[in-house]
Design a protein around this ligand. Structure first.
Ligand SMILES: Nc1ncnc2c1ncn2[C@@H]1O[C@H](COP(=O)(O)OP(=O)(O)OP(=O)(O)O)[C@@H](O)[C@H]1O
Length: 243
C-alpha cells in the first residue's frame, strides 16, 4: 500500500484550548480510514487544517507525494483532495444539477466551449442518476431534504474525480435508510479507487465500513488500527468513558 496522505505534527490552539495537539497519522491509498474520538477531541479542527480551511499553528502534510506547509483548499481540490462539511455546503439558489456542474471546477467552461459544458453536464447527470437524485436535478437545492442535501454535496465533490474524499459526519442527523445509502456510495466509490477519510459518530457504521480507525483524544491520536482491535483497546474505552 502507498500512503496517500501523511499528517505530521498538526497543532492548533484556540486561545487557551489546544484543539489539536501534535497530531500525526497516515491515510493509505485505497482505504476507508475513520477518524473518531469523543466530542471536542479535535476531529473537525484536524479536517479543517488538512483541507486548508484553517491555518495550522505548526505541522505539515503531504498529499500524493507533495508536501504542503500552507495547504490551500482550491489547490488541493484541483490535485484531488476534497471534502464535505457537517452541514452540507451547497448553493441553495442553484438547481441540484447546477450545484454539480459548479463543483466540476471548470471556471473557464464558457471559454472552453460547448463540448466541455456538455461533458460536465453529462457527468453531473450520471452522478445524479447514481445517487438517485435525477428527479430532483432541476429543483433548487434549497428544496432538498436534509439527507438529500448531504447526498447532493457528496455527488458534487465527486465531479472533480478526487483521489481522497474527507467526509465530516456524513450520516449525522439522517434517517436509517439514508445511512445505508451513504454507506453504499462510500463502498462503491472506494471499489472504484477513491480513498476516504471519515469523521463519524455512528460506531456500528464505522466498525462495518472503515479500516483502519484512528482515535483522537484531546487533539492527539491515542490509537490506530483495525476496528476490532480499536473496540477492545482500553485507552479508547477510557477516552470515551471519560467523555
Ligand atoms: N473556532 C473555534 N474557536 C474556539 N474554540 C474552538 C473552535 N473550533 C473548535 N474549538 C474547540 O476546539 C476543540 C475541538 O473541537 P472540534 O470541533 O475540532 O472537535 P470534534 O472532535 O470535531 O468535536 P465533535 O465531535 O463534537 O464535532 C473543542 O474544545 C472546541 O470547543
Amino acid at each position: 500500500m502507498t500512503t496517500l496522505l501523511e499528517v505530521r505534527g498538526l497543532t492548533k490552539s484556540f486561545g487557551g484550548v489546544r484543539a489539536v495537539d501534535d497530531c500525526s497519522f497516515d491515510v493509505e491509498e485505497g482505504s476507508v480510514t475513520a477518524l473518531i474520538g469523543p466530542n471536542g477531541s479535535g476531529k473537525t479542527t484536524a479536517f479543517n487544517m488538512i483541507t486548508g480551511y484553517l491555518p495550522a499553528d505548526s505541522g505539515s502534510l503531504r498529499f500524493a507525494g507533495t508536501p504542503y506547509r500552507r495547504p490551500d483548499p482550491a489547490k488541493l481540490y484541483r490535485r484531488g483532495l476534497t471534502r464535505t462539511f457537517q452541514q452540507a455546503r451547497i448553493f441553495g439558489s442553484l438547481s441540484v444539477r447546477e450545484n454539480l456542474i459548479a463543483a466540476a471546477g471548470h471556471r473557464w467552461t464558457a471559454l472552453l466551449g460547448p463540448r466541455a459544458a456538455r461533458a460536465d453536464r453529462a457527468r453531473a447527470d450520471e452522478l445524479l442518476d447514481d445517487f438517485g437524485l435525477s428527479e430532483k436535478a432541476d429543483l433548487k437545492a434549497a428544496e432538498l431534504s436534509y439527507g438529500q442535501r448531504k447526498l447532493c454535496e457528496f455527488a458534487a465533490v465527486l465531479m472533480a474525480q478526487p483521489r481522497l474524499v474527507l467526509l465530516d459526519e456524513p450520516t449525522a442527523g439522517v434517517n436509517p435508510v439514508m445511512i445505508e445509502t451513504m454507506e453504499r456510495h462510500v463502498r462503491t466509490r472506494n471499489e472504484q479507487g477513491v480513498t476516504f477519510l471519515i469523521v463519524e459518530h455512528d460506531m456500528p457504521l464505522v466498525m462495518r465500513l472503515c479500516d483502519p480507525v484512528v482515535v483522537l483524544d484531546r487533539g492527539r491520536p491515542i490509537a490506530a488500527g483495525r476496528p476490532a482491535d480499536i473496540q477492545a483497546d482500553p485507552r479508547v474505552l477510557d477516552a470515551y468513558l471519560g467523555e
